[in-house]
Design a protein around this ligand. Structure first.
Ligand code: NAD
Length: 472
């Protein structure tokens, strides 16, 4: 049995003031595997106080000192890359295929931020004035369960580069991953109080981070609903906010694309992280004239190539949903899709045979979907893909933008120049042309209700800085 009964505050693993004990449940078996003692408001207040104290000296560190800390964390992540992956796989059922990519990405984040900081001018001139870009202060970092340590590494590499101190509240579903990443930062030997982790629920620790006057900024990744609550609460103390929220990203397959390559890639892009990914390409737009052909390729690909099951098997593409609650949510949307009259192409209700013990969902594709259906407008966060036919290029752009979200978009085309022209018309923070790609220096964030602000590289660093202009 796993027992987690400490939080990481002021450079030490300490017993929390909070006493609530939560069971840890395996998503692959639904059996209890351990217990965690959760932190509370008092723990959050203590962490904010020590972060505020640590800021007094950490904000004055030089670029060179910050780069040394970033290199130290990066080197420990390289050494412990396998642990990083294994804990993700075990705790929330992420596939080893996906989790090893996240572990490498975390290392890349630190490398990218080291490069960014080296090139970044913290004292630029504007007009006749000298500008000082200074740390924004203590940052409250609130994280979802679906890629916990990946997000923590993106945000903490940036916070360290900027000279900020942090209080991190990961999801209560990620406490094993949090234990691991706290050990990594502890080993890196950052000054006491610079990095603090408090386990706990959103309505206790999360709410306290939002209202606490010692915290100057919130960087949040999670649902749009909770993002709105945080933005409303943060304004009382005029905290800066960066919000990375939900998505329902379109994937436009143009008529000149190679369907036999683009459609399998579309399935990978939709079912990324077992479909539990904010940037998953969950709305597949195909030319109406080739809908039957697309349906046949998709159905065949799912039935012959998409393996659901044990997440530690390298061939598995889809593992269990993180919790029974998430399983129920996905099942509910499958029911809604059927009721709305969408055509079920493959998958549907119920667990795959032999996988009844875990939170496994059948990979599901609805076709001939109208973009106004709930399954096309709302984030499902599971392996459910909707295929929407379009008439022509302008119709595809119209449908792609007809969404409250605007996190990412995807285009597959034979003619890349045509894809770039279409990309410039899409309301999305990132547009991937011909496949799924990532760039640890390019800005990431949402248009519309997918968020406020950007992460990664220069754009991400600016979000952790305040500008002071010295004139005269
Ligand atoms: P969630 O919004 O329910 O929870 C996210 C975090 O917020 C958790 O740590 C939770 O405990 C905390 N929280 C809950 N209520 C709170 C409150 N009132 N005040 C402060 N904190 C509170 O999201 P989730 O279910 O953990 O994750 C899935 C969601 O995250 C999806 O909507 C997904 O699209 C989104 N997401 C976005 C990105 C992105 O980069 N844009 C990345 C991953 C996930």
């Amino acid at each position: 049995m796993i027992t987690i009964n400490k939080i990481y505050v002021n450079g030490e693993f300490v017993t929390p003031h909070g006493e609530e004990v939560m069971d840890l449940i395996s998503p692959t078996t639904n059996e209890k595997v351990g217990e965690v003692t959760l932190g509370d408001e008092i723990d959050t207040q203590n962490a904010a106080l020590v972060a505020k104290e640590a800021l007094k000296s950490f904000k004055n560190t030089t670029k060179e000192e910050r780069i040394k800390y970033l290199e130290k964390v990066r080197d420990i992540l390289i050494k412990r890359k396998q642990d990083f992956t294994d804990i993700m796989v075990n705790e929330y059922g992420g596939t080893v295929y996906f989790c090893s990519f996240v572990a490498q990405n975390a290392i890349d984040d630190f490398n990218a931020m080291i490069d960014t900081l080296k090139e970044f001018d913290l004292n630029p001139k504007e007009g006749t004035s000298q500008i000082q870009l200074v740390p924004v202060g203590v940052v409250g970092i609130i994280i979802p369960w679906n890629m916990s340590n990946g997000f923590i590494c993106t945000k903490l590499s940036t916070a360290i580069a900027a000279g900020c101190t942090v209080v991190v509240k990961p999801s209560e579903l990620s406490v094993q991953q949090t234990q691991f990443i706290s050990e990594v930062f502890h080993e890196a030997g950052l000054p006491k109080g610079v990095i603090n982790f408090v386990n706990g629920y959103g309505n206790t620790v999360g709410v306290e981070i939002t209202r606490n006057a010692d915290i100057d900024k919130i960087s949040f990744t999670g649902s749009t609903a909770v993002g709105k609550l945080i933005a409303k609460g943060a304004v009382d103390t005029m905290k800066r906010v960066t919000l990375e929220l939900g998505g329902k990203s379109p994937n436009i397959i143009l008529d000149d694309a190679n369907f036999s390559e683009a459609l399998p890639t579309a399935v990978y892009s939709a079912f990324l992280n077992s479909g539990q990914a904010c940037a998953a390409a969950t709305r597949l737009l195909v030319p109406k004239s080739r809908l039957d052909e697309a349906n046949a390729i998709l159905k065949n690909f799912i039935e012959t190539n998409v393996k659901v099951g044990d997440p530690s098997n390298p061939d598995t593409l889809i593992g269990p949903m993180v919790s029974q609650k998430q399983f129920d949510r996905v099942e509910e949307y499958i029911k809604i899709g059927i009721e709305e009259g969408a055509t079920l192409l493959v998958g549907g209700h119920g667990k795959p045979t032999g996988l009844e013990a875990g939170n496994y969902v059948k990979p599901t594709i609805f076709t001939n979907v109208d973009n106004h259906m709930r399954i096309a407008q709302e984030e499902i966060f599971g392996p459910v893909l909707v295929v929407i036919p379009y008439e022509d290029e302008n119709d595809a752009i119209r449908i792609a933008n007809d969404s409250p979200y605007g996190l990412a978009a995807y285009i597959s085309a034979g003619d890349k120049e045509r894809a770039y022209r279409i990309a410039s018309k899409l309301d999305a923070g990132r547009v991937c042309v011909n496949g799924l790609s990532h760039d640890s220096k390019a800005p990431f964030g949402g248009f519309k209700q997918s968020g406020i602000g950007r992460e990664y590289g220069r754009f991400g660093l600016e979000e952790y800085l305040e500008a002071r202009a010295v004139l005269g």
